[in-house]
Design a protein around this ligand. Structure first.
Ligand SMILES: Cc1ncc(COP(=O)(O)O)c(C=O)c1O
Length: 406
């Protein structure tokens, strides 16, 4: 069987609407083919440099260092921030687990901070309260009153394509001389008070995995304005090689460098970022216009200080009003071949992590219980989106809302 036949047999039926899939419609084939034709497939090559320049330019930072994935970018950023064994790092509870895991990779402990209920991001007031009241200054460093451990960095995660309200966090970070590492893996293209995410803290990290707004299949990037951090990141991500002839290494490095082949795809995807952001914003607009009049469903809000990409279109279902809960809705939609998903189990609940040094996170729990993310691929067609809207409308027990679909 040839690969195309095999693909046809394993592909889902055409009426299946996936949650979020890549959009490959630019120069991807051309650039990747050029790597194959010229034999520049590995971790050195012009596309890696070009991809880094494109992302740095977009993020508004001086430097960018490509990595094998976003998790690796976060790991390296924590190493650069000097986070060590038994230190603590302040991080969002309501997020994908990777940032918390990277804190453990360096032997430190996450302190989980609750989400706020308006934009569902880490609550800046919670961060400030923890630093001001949950910690004390021992003359040299800030220590968590509960655990006695040193707090060494803040890692806010911009979730779902909307920014965290960073100013109060940046002010607290300055007060206590803590570096801020932005997990902007879901936020490429979004802005906070006019500035690109990733450029506001000491370093910002992006992911280019398959569900992100641009993808290289798997990939990541750390951006920064700090020349030393950038140089050290480049060194650590390439096995910390001090003498390329004799293979002398003065530090333990990592094989974290992105390949030219994947960077080529990244360049082609970056060329389309503006178009992709606009498509996502249009999808969000149609969902909003169609679903706003339904009770029992709460739509995502965009702050007046924010420009969201709506990387993921997530809504909250109020079971008491809607007559159906988020998980039942998910199963009903799945039965109709529409793929949706809940948010992540808040990490303070994760069996993989210890939350005993963290404040409580009731908002993250409530959001997790009610949230469901709807199909929002860049290439989602109007008729696919209509189908999703009509089925949700019928499941919420209302009339077909076609009259309201613009
Ligand atoms: C918030 C967040 N942080 C980190 C990551 C890790 O990125 P990657 O999958 O590229 O390692 C992801 C995405 O997967 C993410 O959504």
């Amino acid at each position: 069987m040839n690969p195309m036949e095999e693909l046809k047999l394993t592909s889902p039926p055409t009426e299946f609407v996936p949650l979020i899939v890549p959009e490959i419609c630019g120069n991807e084939w051309k650039y990747v083919k050029e790597c194959l034709d010229t034999n520049w497939v590995s971790s050195v090559g012009s596309y890696v440099d070009r991809f880094e320049k494109m992302v740095a330019e977009r993020a508004g930072t001086k430097y960018a260092v490509a990595t094998v994935n976003g998790t690796a970018a976060l790991h390296v950023a924590l190493l650069l921030a000097g986070v060590h064994q038994d230190d603590e790092v302040v991080v969002s509870s309501l997020t994908f687990i990777a940032p918390a895991n990277t804190i453990r990779y360096v032997g430190a402990w996450p302190v989980f901070i609750d989400a706020e209920l308006t934009y569902w991001q880490i609550d800046p007031a919670g961060v400030v309260d923890f630093l001001d009241n949950g910690c004390c200054w021992d003359g040299e460093s800030l220590r968590n009153r509960r655990t006695g451990r040193r707090v060494k960095a803040i890692l806010p995660v911009h979730i779902l394509g909307h920014p965290v309200d960073l100013d109060p966090i940046l002010a607290a970070a300055e007060k206590y001389s803590l570096p801020v590492i932005e997990d902007a893996t879901e936020g490429l293209g979004a802005r906070y008070r006019g500035k690109s995410l990733g450029s506001l803290g000491h370093a910002g990290c992006f992911s280019f995995n398959g569900n992100k707004i641009i993808t290289t299949g798997g990939g990541g990037m750390m951006v920064t304005n700090d020349a030393e951090w950038a140089a050290r990141a480049r060194y650590l991500t390439t096995q910390a090689k001090d003498d390329p002839i004799e293979y002398v290494h003065n530090a333990v490095g990592y094989n974290y460098r992105l390949t030219n082949l994947l960077a080529a795809m990244g360049c082609a995807q970056m060329e389309q970022l503006d178009k992709f952001v606009e498509a996502k914003q249009q999808i969000a607009k149609r969902y909003r216009e169609s679903l706003i009049s339904f009770s029992g469903i709460h739509l995502p809000k965009e702050a007046d200080w924010a420009s969201s990409t709506y990387w993921m279109y997530t809504v909250l279902i109020d079971q008491k009003v809607a007559g159906i809960d988020s998980r039942k809705l998910l199963h009903e939609l799945a039965a109709k071949k529409i793929q949706t998903r809940p948010l992540w189990q808040p990490i303070h609940r994760s069996p993989a992590h210890d939350a005993s040094g963290s404040p409580s996170c009731p908002n993250a729990d409530a959001l997790y219980n009610q949230a469901i993310s709807l199909p929002c691929s860049v290439g989602l067609t109007r008729s696919e989106q209509d189908r999703v809207i009509h089925i949700i409308a019928s499941l919420l027990g209302r009339q077909n809302p076609s009259a309201r679909i613009s």
